[in-house]
Structures are given as structure tokens and as C-alpha cells.
Design a protein around this ligand. Structure first.
Ligand code: SF4
Ligand code: SF4
Length: 344
């Protein structure tokens, strides 16, 4: 059996196994070279982080736990010198996506070629606005160039604008611009820390009034537009279910899902600490898993998270909405279609 077929078979088995988490996000570094206006990571960097060998050991544990999809993010994960080794190991086990702020991806093509997906953050088609949001001159140029180069090189790159009040009215244009070039678009939604707990796993920062979405009607219209556009445009990666859930929040202040943190997904920080999501306190170390997964403590936490309504981070909403073995399988199937990589 080829390594690709082995990976595909293992992913199907894990996707179908009931009672297992599907998705993990590993924030492999707290170092960042950007200074985004909606984020404090660059103000509170940490030079400490796990070694590549420790992370690889953690990946084996995640696989045993049943994880199918892995996101490697940060800070900027590409700032790690050993990121190639980490990506290489991850992609053998998981459907792996690497996030970059657009600064380094264009220079690290060979490293990124191994990932199943690469996501680059582009928040505007307007160069000055994007540079303002990232708070770094030249950010737009390097981000858009990275997207073009990776796409040309056959790397499965997508663009991930963070929707905020600052770019709300141009999300449709951004979507059309990139998908028109054959580049898929996924979105993040501007959010900020609501927790005051000092043990919060990974702090992002306080609300920035410029970015908080105040025009709810425009947000509802955007959801409607994307749902319509998706009928023709297969490069819009959001599901209808997710867009409908988002619309409900802005239309009627209603959450149509229950959070599945520490159930369908979990987050690991740069020190290997684990929580259901980055907004909550860490509840142990990756090296305590998988044993701790079925502990009373984790069961209690799951219940707390299940009733939590603190955030609308889109990836958490997504995995809360699509968390069932059939949902897992359809996600995995979509990814095979998109990536065409697993059978290589
Ligand atoms: S949003 Fe990302 S790229 Fe921007 S400062 Fe924060 S961690 Fe860095
Ligand atoms: S709703 Fe879920 S993902 Fe968001 S803060 Fe609460 S537990 Fe975390």
C-alpha cells in the first residue's frame, strides 16, 4: 500500500469512529513578526516553545486520540526553523493545514509543498488598508505574492480574510477576486478575548472598536450573498450550515449550535498545554492524553463548554456544527476532492 493510501484508509477509520475528536489546532509558536490591530500576540510573545521532537510525540498522541484534521498556527508557525520537519510528520498522520500571515509563505514553498493545505491571511484588496490592519508596511505585497506563487507551484493555497467592520463591505469582492483565480476562500471572524482568567490558554487581546462588527444588517446580507454565491462558486469553502448559523447570530442574536470544545475539537498551545479552545484555561498537557480524555475532569469540562456562549470563532462553530461520524466523513471526502493529495 502506498503511504497516501495508508493515510486515506487511516483517516476513514478515524472519521467513522464514534466518540472521538476530529480536529486539533496546535499553536506551535507564540512568536510573530506582524502587529495586527486585532491581536496582542506580538505584544506578548514567548520565546519558549516545545521542540520538534516533542511536537512529533504529541502528534502520535493526537492520532491515537482519533484526530483527523490538524491546523498548525501560531503566531506565525513559519518562524520556526524546524517547521519543515513538523509539517512533514504531521501530513503523514492528518489532513494538515498550515496558517501563515503572508510574510514567509512565498519564501518557504518547499516546506509548504508537503502540507495538504496552506491558508494565507489577506484582509483587503486595498493595499493600504491591508497594511494598516496588519500594521506592517509591505504586508499586502508579500501576502498576495505568496498566494500567487504557491498557487502557481501547485500548492493547495487558500485565502482567509478575517471579517471585521473594517472590511465587511468588501468581503464579496475579495471572494470573487481570489476564487476567480481558482484560489479557495475560507473566512475568520474578528473576535477578541472575553475571558479575564489569567490561565486562559492563549490570549489574543481586548476588543478593538474599529474592528468589532456593528453593521449587523450588512453581516446578514453578506451571509445571504455567500449562500447564493456558493451555488455556483465551489471555491467558497464555508458550508451553508455554517453561514446560516452565522446569519442567525446577527439576525436574531440566536446561537443554533452547542459548543463541542474538548469533544469534537481541542487546542494545544506552544508549550503543549491543552484546552477545549484557546479562550479557556488549560486543562492539562498533551502528554497527559489520551489517558485523560475520558477522565471525570474532562467530562465536566465538556459540559461547561457545551453551555458556553462566549465566542463565535468560526472554526469552533464549524466543528461544533459538523461533529458527527457522518459529518466527519463528508468533511474528509470534501478534503480529498479539494486536495487530491491523499492518494499520491
Ligand atoms: S493575528 Fe496572527 S499574524 Fe497578526 S499579530 Fe496576531 S498572531 Fe501575528
Ligand atoms: S463557545 Fe466554545 S469555543 Fe467559544 S469560548 Fe466557549 S467553549 Fe470556547
Amino acid at each position: 500500500m502506498t503511504p497516501g493510501l495508508r493515510k486515506a484508509a487511516s483517516i476513514v477509520a478515524r472519521s467513522l469512529a464514534p466518540g472521538k475528536p476530529h480536529h486539533a489546532q496546535w499553536l506551535v509558536t507564540r512568536k510573530c513578526n506582524y502587529q495586527c490591530r486585532g491581536c496582542n500576540v506580538w505584544k506578548e510573545q514567548d520565546q519558549k516553545e516545545l521542540s520538534a521532537d516533542e511536537i512529533k510525540k504529541g502528534f502520535d498522541i493526537l492520532k491515537e486520540l482519533g484526530i483527523v484534521e490538524l491546523v498548525l498556527s501560531g503566531g506565525d508557525p513559519l518562524l520556526r526553523d524546524d517547521i519543515g520537519e513538523i509539517i512533514d510528520y504531521a501530513t503523514k498522520l492528518f489532513v494538515t493545514t498550515v496558517y501563515d500571515n503572508g510574510s514567509l509563505a512565498g519564501q518557504k514553498i518547499d516546506v509548504l509543498r508537503k502540507a495538504d493545505f496552506v491558508a494565507i491571511s489577506i484582509d483587503s484588496l486595498d493595499e493600504a488598508k491591508h497594511d494598516y490592519l496588519k500594521n506592517v508596511p509591505g504586508a499586502w505585497k508579500s501576502g498576495t505574492q505568496a498566494v500567487e506563487i504557491l498557487h502557481k507551484e501547485g500548492v493547495k493555497v487558500s485565502v482567509t480574510p478575517t471579517i471585521s467592520q473594517k472590511n465587511l463591505y468588501e468581503i464579496v469582492d475579495i471572494t470573487n477576486y481570489f476564487t476567480g483565480k481558482g484560489i479557495p476562500v475560507w473566512y475568520c471572524l474578528y473576535a477578541y478575548d472575553t475571558s479575564l482568567d489569567s490561565k486562559q490558554l492563549f490570549k489574543i487581546g481586548k476588543a478593538n472598536d474599529e474592528l468589532v462588527i456593528t453593521d449587523k444588517e450588512a453581516m446578514v446580507n453578506l451571509c445571504n450573498s455567500l449562500i447564493e454565491m456558493k451555488k455556483e462558486n465551489k471555491k467558497i469553502l464555508m458550508t451553508d450550515k455554517l453561514l446560516e448559523a452565522l446569519r442567525s447570530i446577527y439576525l436574531e442574536d440566536k446561537r443554533t449550535w452547542k459548543c463541542q470544545a474538548l469533544n469534537q475539537f481541542l487546542v494545544i498551545d506552544h508549550l503543549g498545554r491543552v484546552a477545549g479552545c484557546h479562550s479557556h484555561n488549560f486543562a492539562g498537557s498533551i502528554f497527559d492524553l489520551p489517558q485523560k480524555w475520558n477522565s471525570k475532569e474532562f467530562k465536566n469540562l465538556r459540559e461547561t463548554y457545551h453551555n458556553c456562549t462566549q465566542c463565535n470563532y468560526l472554526c469552533y462553530v464549524f466543528y461544533s456544527l459538523h461533529g458527527s461520524p457522518s459529518g466527519h466523513l463528508s468533511l474528509a471526502r470534501d478534503q480529498w476532492k479539494n486536495a487530491g493529495l491523499l492518494f499520491k
